[in-house]
Design a protein around this ligand. Structure first.
Ligand code: MN
Length: 382
């Protein structure tokens, strides 16, 4: 029985993680649930899964959650510090980080220091501080299991191959809702169009990132750290059907691919079940429904975010942290109709040029870079 802490249980990945746990009641037990503000859902999840403890990040919901869960003997905490320290609980066997954005960094760092294996869904943590996170994981002797479908695919291709060097990885991208569109057409796209992803049903932030190709950019940097690669070993190919989730090419030229219908429950479950595979009732892929799988080059001139992420990944230091913070602000403002779709990379470039470069950042530098970037991004937008 694995006792799981789910950070961000009310989001898309969090909810699907609970579905996976529901299907495997003899394998997993919910130990901790956390949310930002969605108190009603946290309460109903807790009534069903009976965690030992919960955290609601936003203090104003403490009373409501406490009143509902205290009678059930569930410990209730609130605030950022509680989120960061809850991961140290002795009874946690694995921490699934499904928080959105930079907010995942400190709890993940603390979980690794407490020697908890990580099921990593929060890619921004790896983007911001991949060098530090992988170093801490090594020092503490814990594994980081990818939940992101592309990285799970690569991980699955590597099982049995851990001593064979990777020549390159090929990250697949759906291309999002605006694949094939020109810059002119993108100037006037709306938030509703951007939120309408063809293959995956996800949270708002990642859906916008998919439309701008920033999601793939973040995944390039995530792959660099998870698998110890150079940027030159990472290729992005657009594959609109989202059936091949990514590929690994070895030194003999052989390519392994991991395939299946797009369903996040599979990579979530594998991150929790590794090295085993548990039976599922998920819908199976049928080749007759997909007579052709197609591939094309990403258009990085139109979708500049992907090119920016490659540049930033090469430069290193605190640049990925700047890119991430600027993107978080730009996406938020796009979702509030404050900026247009094509202005998102403008905000990011502005911040990369303005925030001072730090070659070997430590935790405190990331905290400061993140703060400074958000201020500059907001100034630029207003
Ligand atoms: Mn992904």
């Amino acid at each position: 029985m694995k006792r799981v802490a789910i950070l961000g249980s009310t989001g898309s990945i969090g909810r699907q993680s609970l579905e996976v746990i529901s299907e495997n009641p003899d394998k997993f037990q919910v130990e901790v649930l956390t949310c930002n503000k969605n108190a009603p859902l946290l309460i109903s999840q807790s009534e069903k899964y009976r965690p030992n403890a919960v955290v609601v990040q936003d203090d104003q919901f403490y009373k409501e959650v406490h009143a509902a869960l205290d009678p059930l003997d569930i410990k209730v905490y609130s605030g950022e510090n509680a989120l960061v320290s809850i991961v140290e609980m002795d009874s946690i066997d694995i921490v699934l980080t499904a928080l959105v954005g930079y907010s995942g960094l400190l709890p993940t760092v603390n979980a690794i220091r407490a020697r908890k294996p990580i099921a990593l869904a929060n890619k921004e943590t790896m983007v911001v501080a991949g060098e530090m996170i992988t170093r801490l994981a090594r020092e503490n002797g814990i594994n980081i299991f990818p939940v992101d479908s592309e990285h799970s695919a690569i991980f699955q291709c590597l099982v049995g191959e851990f001593h064979n060097p990777i020549e390159k990885v090929i990250l697949t991208a759906s291309g999002g809702p605006f694949r094939g569109k020109s810059r002119d057409e993108l100037g006037s796209v709306t938030k509703k169009q951007a939120l309408d992803h063809p293959n995956w049903d996800m949270g708002a932030k990642i859906t916008i990132d998919s439309a701008t190709l920033m999601n793939k950019g973040l995944e390039v940097i995530e792959a660099k750290w998870l698998f110890g690669l150079e940027l030159s070993q990472i290729e992005v190919v657009v594959h609109p059907q989202s059936i091949i989730h990514s590929m690994v090419q070895f030194q003999d030229g052989s390519i392994k691919a991991q395939m299946g219908l797009p369903d996040m429950r599979l990579p979530i479950q594998y991150a929790l079940s590794y090295p085993e595979r548990f039976e599922t009732k998920f819908q199976r892929f049928d080749f007759r429904n997909y007579p052709s799988l197609t591939f094309e080059k990403p258009d990085t001139k139109t979708f500049r975010n992907l090119a920016l992420a490659f540049e930033v990944g090469k430069k290193g230091g605190n640049h990925p942290c700047i890119l991430n913070a600027a993107n978080e602000i730009a996406v938020r403002e796009f979702l509030k109709d404050q900026i247009g779709f094509l202005e998102i990379p403008d905000v990011i470039e502005k911040c990369l040029n303005k925030v001072s470069f730090i070659k070997n950042p430590e935790l405190e530098d990331f905290v400061n870079t993140d703060k400074e970037t958000r201020i500059i991004a907001k100034e630029y937008i207003n």
